[in-house]
Design a protein around this ligand. Structure first.
Ligand code: ZN
Ligand code: ZN
Ligand code: FE
Length: 746
């Protein structure tokens, strides 16, 4: 009998699994990997063959995803034994590079077992777990082409590696204390403070307990770690990281301790413990034992569980949650090389816990939360990348994404690979990371792009990169169209759909800045059927960092010339500045028009006294959501069909604030008003077109309150709502959408 198994069945221990199964069922024959998956020929008792077919699905190894099992009758050719055969055409085409996988239960048990030879060994892994994508330098995925190449396996490790019955059969990063990588603790100058695994771990535990900040090299890059319960040290870390207000992520020793920090429903709990081990954002518990500086002004905490043996050991030693935040200074990419880390982090970390297994590709922790019982990605990176998504592309495509939260996407032959989170593509360091990442993926997945898709914005570095490539056909994709197409494509929905695409900014086809868009379309094309009332963005980009400028602009539109300085802003902005910005907006100089929903949220947040200036895009809006009283049912008017006129909304807010209505109520009424208006406008377009599909995407729909209220209203109107689930609604999802548009049109 010949059996073909398709799905995620390579690099996951599938062949040894088949080998063990065959041995148990007394079957002869062979198993191998080929370009379509796993191929088996087996002969033996008919009953045993039937059992094999069943168990290929039911007993598959943990990391395997069996999509199809098909069989074909063959005459037995007298095989006597069962063998694992060398891979056929083990070429570039289907290199089994999987995402990095959190330490499995079996490995963890060994690490914790004093009698095991891997007791407290920080680099323990097996076929079911360990680093993958972050250590791969090329294909085929074999030890010499990983960053483990320089470590020669000792006899015992080699024996495991070569034994088809062993859990470590062909585990490329296999290692032990005798032959594998080790950690060492250094000071800021790189001088050894402790050598060897155990001494370094002990010294690190002690330093952390004493309130020191330690840079720790992990799987995809460095983290900065410190006690989470000590306000002095957390505040010190915040100060050393500069103008950083973003919440720090936490790592909890166990699911039980995580539950003391945040409220987790079933879906969030599963996500937290999943082998992808993302940072899960969840509502913080009122008495969560963490210092205030961990996540100032945030209702949520980001929590993850240990995902490498090193983490398990550190957290086990600490016995309490640690701050474990990406090691970078403000917006730079995460540090991942030892020398680079020592250089860039010497002003932040007191000590460095280094190890000698190089990281090939820096990969940030993924960030996910649960909305309506399903994951919503804020950042898709470690643990998920480079898992592919289906995409019907006739010609090989490279899509370059946008600018903020940059990712790229490569596609060919029905598959698309969305790259790791690069960061904000605003400087040389990130641009290099971007171009190296693209070249790496092109090699790993054998994509030679014939088409390069890019944003319409002429000044994005990603656009410039795309237009400089030679021998490819360039395809410009409008930003919000890409958001719409991305969501449709990940759901395998053809559309057309109405899309409410709300985000910060994106270049429009009329050369103005869009961001509160009502689109009708599919991957082939779109029409702009409506938008938020556009207002000037006084000072352009500066308005992103100073939301009060948007308040000024909106008041100018809502009230007329020389709007009064609102009392809640007066503490932060002088009357003179306010007047100047008002004049700037009125003049239209350096004040591009924008229909951005993100900027409207900023304006309202500043008007409510939440925050006049921010350190990262969307901060004021996030805090506005955080403060909203979710039990408030009221809403502000936001009239209009094609043009949603938020001037009335602004006037209603002013009236409420003037009457002393509490800010949490105002914030809720604002959210409700926008949700209702968006739903009403989408429903109208859907009815006109005789369709029932609506897409909600764009970074503003990371706002849970807005997303939930809008979805409710749309579903109440009998419409089907799609939101991004495999990729972020923010610009991290743009590249895939660009690829979808290029695939559909070329
Ligand atoms: Zn394992
Ligand atoms: Zn060894
Ligand atoms: Fe966007």
């Amino acid at each position: 009998m010949r059996v073909r198994v398709e799905g995620t069945v390579q690099g996951v221990g599938f062949r040894p699994f088949v080998y063990r199964l065959a041995a148990e069922l007394a079957l002869a024959g062979w198993v191998l990997n080929d370009s379509r998956g796993v191929l088996i020929e087996a002969e033996g008792e008919p009953e045993a063959l039937a059992r094999l077919l069943e168990r290929l699905r039911s007993d598959a190894p943990p990391l395997a995803i069996v999509e199809r099992v098909s069989e074909e009758r063959l005459d037995p050719n007298g095989e006597q034994v069962f063998r694992i055969t060398e891979s056929q055409d083990r070429g570039e085409a289907d290199a089994a590079v999987s995402p990095d996988v959190a330490t499995c239960e079996d490995c963890l048990a060994e690490v914790m077992d004093p009698g095991d030879r891997r007791h407290r060994y920080p680099f323990t892994n097996c076929t079911n777990c360990g680093p993958r994508f972050t250590i791969v330098c090329g294909v085929p995925y074999d030890r010499p082409l990983t960053t483990m190449a320089s470590f020669e396996m000792c006899d015992r490790c080699r024996a495991e590696y070569e034994d088809p019955l062993d859990r470590r059969f062909h585990a490329q990063p296999n290692a032990c204390p005798d032959c594998g990588p080790s950690v060492r603790l250094t000071d800021r100058a790189g001088r050894a403070v402790a050598e060897g695994n155990e001494a370094s771990l002990e010294a690190t535990a002690l330093a952390l307990a004493e309130g020191r900040i330690v840079a720790i090299k992990g799987i995809g890059g460095f983290h900065l770690a410190c006690r989470a319960d000590d306000e002095a040290v957390v505040a010190e870390l915040r100060a050393r990281k500069h103008r950083e207000d973003k919440p720090f992520a936490l790592m909890a020793p166990s699911a039980e301790t995580a539950l003391e920090l945040v409220e987790l429903d079933d879906a969030a709990g599963r996500l937290l413990a999943s082998r992808e081990r993302p940072i899960v954002l969840a509502p913080r518990r009122p008495n969560a034992p963490v210092a205030p500086s961990v996540a100032p002004a945030s209702r949520e905490l980001g929590v993850m569980l240990p995902y490498s043996p090193l983490h398990h050991l550190l957290l086990g030693d600490a016995g309490a949650p640690l701050v474990l935040t990406s090691a970078n200074v403000s917006d730079e990419p995460i540090a991942y090389r030892d020398t680079d880390a020592l250089e860039r982090l010497s002003g932040i970390a007191d000590l460095f816990l280094l190890h000698d297994r190089p990281i090939e590709t820096r990969t940030d922790d993924s960030v996910v939360r649960v909305v309506a019982d399903r994951p919503q990605f804020l950042r898709r990176s470690r643990g998920y990348v480079p898992r592919d998504l289906p995409l019907d592309a006739r010609r090989p495509i490279l899509a370059c994404g946008a600018e903020l939260k940059s990712t790229f996407c490569l596609a060919r032959d029905g598959r698309a690979w969305v790259g790791h989170h690069i960061g904000d593509l605003e400087n040389y360091e990130t641009l290099r990371s971007f171009s190296e990442g693209i070249e790496h993926f092109e090699r790993l997945f054998a994509v030679r792009p014939e088409i390069v898709a890019h944003d319409l914005h002429p000044e994005y570095l990603s656009t410039k990169y795309a237009l400089e490539l030679e021998g490819v056909e360039a395809v410009a994709v409008q930003h919000h169209h890409a958001h719409l197409a991305s969501c449709l494509a990940e759901h395998r929905a053809a559309g057309p759909a109405v899309g409410a695409i709300f985000d910060g900014t994106g270049y429009g086809t009329d050369d103005t800045v869009w961001g509160g868009e009502l689109l009708l379309g599919d991957a082939m094309g779109f029409e702009r059927r409506g938008a938020l009332y556009p207002v000037p963005m006084p000072g352009g980009e500066r308005a992103i960092h100073q939301p009060w400028r948007m308040t000024c602009s909106w008041l100018l539109e809502a009230l007329g010339p020389e709007p009064p300085l609102p009392p809640l802003i007066a503490a932060h902005v002088s009357a003179e500045e306010w007047q100047k910005v008002g004049e700037l907006a009125a003049s239209g100089l350096a004040s591009p028009l924008t229909s951005s929903a993100g900027r409207l949220f900023d304006a309202v947040a500043a008007l409510c006294g939440i925050r006049a200036e921010v350190n990262y895009e969307g901060q004021a809006a996030i805090e506005l959501e955080g403060i909203a009283d979710a039990s408030e049912p009221g809403e502000y008017p936001l009239p209009g069909d094609e043009l949603l006129d938020a001037r009335e909304t602004i006037r209603a807010i002013l009236a409420d604030l003037g009457a002393g209505v509490p800010v949490p109520v105002v914030a809720a009424r604002f959210h409700n008003g926008v949700a209702r208006a968006a739903a009403r406008a989408c429903a109208r377009i859907a009815e006109e077109e005789g369709i029932d599909l609506v897409v909600l995407s764009g970074g503003v729909f990371q706002n849970r309150l807005l997303l939930e209220r809008t979805t409710e209203a749309l579903e109440h109107a009998g419409l089907r709502v799609l939101t991004p689930r495999l990729l972020p609604p923010n610009d991290g999802g743009i590249a895939f959408g660009q690829a979808a548009v290029a695939a559909a049109t070329h």
